[in-house]
Design a protein around this ligand. Structure first.
Ligand code: ZN
Ligand code: ZN
Length: 392
């Protein structure tokens, strides 16, 4: 393992930062204390800081030497609305809130890297350290972009990292192409004409029409999507009707989709809308179709992924970097930044031994032994991407 010596020596201090953040979790857009701690630490390393971006977002900027190239490194600040089950000293002091996804560790690794990048690292150019709010559910990454993140802090590429329990400490996984799925939700309201169940000829029965829509949707993936492209379309709710002898006026169908390509995402939405409209039209019903794009797919670009994989291999050895991990059906807010800029998102092992329970579990904890590995990755990535101009 080739972690940077100064960072290794700083591990005890990084653990203290991480445990302090873990003990004081804050959920989406409420990360005021966490953002303040991040700001104070960055300023103490002599880094220029911008705060209050999309509420609680923070960007630290380090400029060294000549050159106008710039890179973005991104971490997430938020916790989850989960009651922590751990009873160690740094367990959550905020009831019903918990760092159950390791964003306390992600923030700390970027802080550890920031200190070294500001004080010792050998590079020329600009690094923007992006600490985003609300990764879980609320799209804080999108909010930062809408607040002008890349206009105010332009970068040529952006990089992200997430811990993965079950992967041993000292391992990474990364590949170009899709890493995390897109996640969207939909509502289909069928408005017919209610009436007496004994006289269906005077009604437009939304239950029968809704059932045709449910059935038609089952063939979208099997008949329109390339069989080599993973996709899921699940109808999870069907609401309507109150009585044995009444045909209701309307029904509502809801569900979600998951996939790994924008093309499939658009195809599913288009076909769902077309089918709902034409089935309703055939039966003389009205339809209200709503499709809400939640998170896009996280797709790693090739050139940036090659460099990230090389950097990870240089730290832990090539045999400890999985270059063909199975993409996850979960979703990532980093996808919004990746849509705007080339970039890559890497998984770092959080340990596979005792206590390596999954993220979003009330017994989860970030593994402090990972801190110097992740911080070294960030530093080496910058030294590789922005070498001193004399060496270019
Ligand atoms: Zn999470
Ligand atoms: Zn997470």
């Amino acid at each position: 393992m080739k972690t940077i010596k100064t960072i290794e020596e700083n591990q005890a201090e990084m653990s203290r930062w991480r445990r302090d953040i873990h003990a004081h979790p804050e959920i989406a857009f409420e990360e005021h204390r966490t953002a303040r701690i991040v700001t104070e630490k960055l300023e103490s390393f002599g880094i220029e800081v911008a705060t209050g971006i999309a509420g609680t977002g923070v960007v630290g900027t380090i400029r060294k030497g000549r050159g106008n190239r710039a890179i973005g490194l991104r971490a997430d600040l938020d916790a989850l609305p989960i009651q922590e089950a751990n009873d160690f000293a740094h367990a959550s002091k905020n009831p019903g809130k918990m760092h159950a996804c390791g964003h306390d560790g992600h923030t700390t690794m970027l802080l550890g890297a920031a200190k070294y990048l500001a004080e010792e690292a050998d590079f020329e150019g600009t690094v923007h350290l992006i600490f985003q709010p609300a990764e879980e559910n609320e799209g804080g990454g999108r909010a930062m972009i809408e607040a002008g993140l890349f206009e105010n802090f332009p970068v040529e590429a952006v990089f992200g990292m997430h811990n993965i329990p079950g992967m041993p400490v000292g391992t990474f996984a990364i590949k170009s192409g899709p890493m995390m799925a897109a996640f969207d939700i939909f509502n289909v309201k069928v408005i017919g004409k209610g009436g007496h169940a004994a006289m269906p000829q005077f009604t437009i029965d939304p239950i029968v029409i809704g059932s045709k829509i449910v059935d038609a949707y089952q063939s979208i993936i099997s008949r329109f999507v390339d069989p080599q492209q993973p996709a899921v379309l699940s109808i999870t709710q069907f609401h309507g009707g109150d009585a044995y002898n009444v045909i209701p006026n309307e029904i509502e169908i809801r569900g979600c989709t998951r996939c790994f390509s924008e093309k499939v995402q658009v195809l599913m939405e288009t076909k769902m809308k077309q089918m709902a409209m034409s089935i309703c039209q055939a039966y003389g019903a009205k339809v209200e179709f709503k499709y809400e794009k939640r998170y896009p797919c996280t797709i790693n670009t090739e050139a940036e992924t090659d460099i990230a994989a090389q950097v990870a291999s240089g730290i832990v050895g090539p045999e400890r970097v999985n270059l063909n991990p199975k993409a996850a059906m979960g979703s990532e807010d980093f996808a919004f930044m990746r849509q705007k800029k080339p970039g890559s998102y890497i998984w770092i092992g959080n340990g596979d031994g005792e206590g390596s329970c999954s993220v979003h579990n009330p017994g989860y904890d970030f593994n402090d032994n990972v801190l110097p590995i992740g911080a070294t990755y960030w530093v080496k990535l910058i030294e590789t991407l922005l070498p001193p101009i004399a060496n270019r």
